[in-house]
Design a protein around this ligand. Structure first.
Ligand code: ADP
Length: 163
């Protein structure tokens, strides 16, 4: 049988429990999942791409044998085809995500009809959770306990102390 590979792209700055939930669901559904961290989306990310890769790898390591972490830049569809993937996974939170995600999925389909975008919902406890909100709350001294993996919380503390 043909192996199904899915790409889960994003900035993951930083990885949240919402992302983790989507990764766990994807790992059950597809033979292989590649968490693809986008380089240079945000000109001033909180974590460098290297920091994001090593954090994400450390969190996912051993937990999901069929998930790996990689980086990409340029066109997602080109990257996906190079990886011999058939699926792009995206997470949907509120209705507000839908319009942008729909546009992107349709554009990607136009660019590369061999790829299908699959939308997934995380557990509702994470439906309001975004990396941007985590960064903002943390910078203002709020608690992000339970919203991000322990390692991310640790690294966030180090980041803020350095500033
Ligand atoms: P964000 O800054 O919004 O967390 P990313 O680019 O890192 O963004 O997100 C990658 C993908 O994960 C996107 O499809 C995004 O919609 C999805 N995602 C992010 N957070 C959640 C969440 N809490 N629940 C479901 N999907 C999510």
């Amino acid at each position: 049988m043909r192996k199904t590979t899915a790409i889960y792209p994003g900035s993951f700055d930083p990885l949240t429990n919402g992302h983790l939930d989507i990764i766990e669901r994807s790992a059950k559904l597809f033979d292989e999942v590649i968490v693809a961290i986008l380089v240079n989306l945000d000109k001033e990310p909180l974590f460098t791409v290297e920091e994001r890769v090593s954090m994400t790898r450390a969190i996912l390591n051993h937990r999901f044998p069929n998930v790996r972490v990689d980086i990409f830049d340029g066109l997602l569809v080109e990257y996906a085809i190079k990886q011999q993937a058939q699926v792009i996974v995206r997470g949907i939170r509120a209705v507000s995500d839908y319009e942008y995600e729909l546009q992107m999925a349709l554009m990607n389909r136009r660019l590369e009809s061999r790829l299908e975008t699959v939308f997934m919902m995380a557990a509702e406890a994470y439906s309001y959770l975004s990396s941007r909100l985590v960064r903002e709350v943390f910078k203002l001294g709020g608690s992000v306990d339970g919203l991000v993996p322990a390692l991310v919380e640790e690294k966030l503390k180090e980041k803020i102390q350095k500033k």
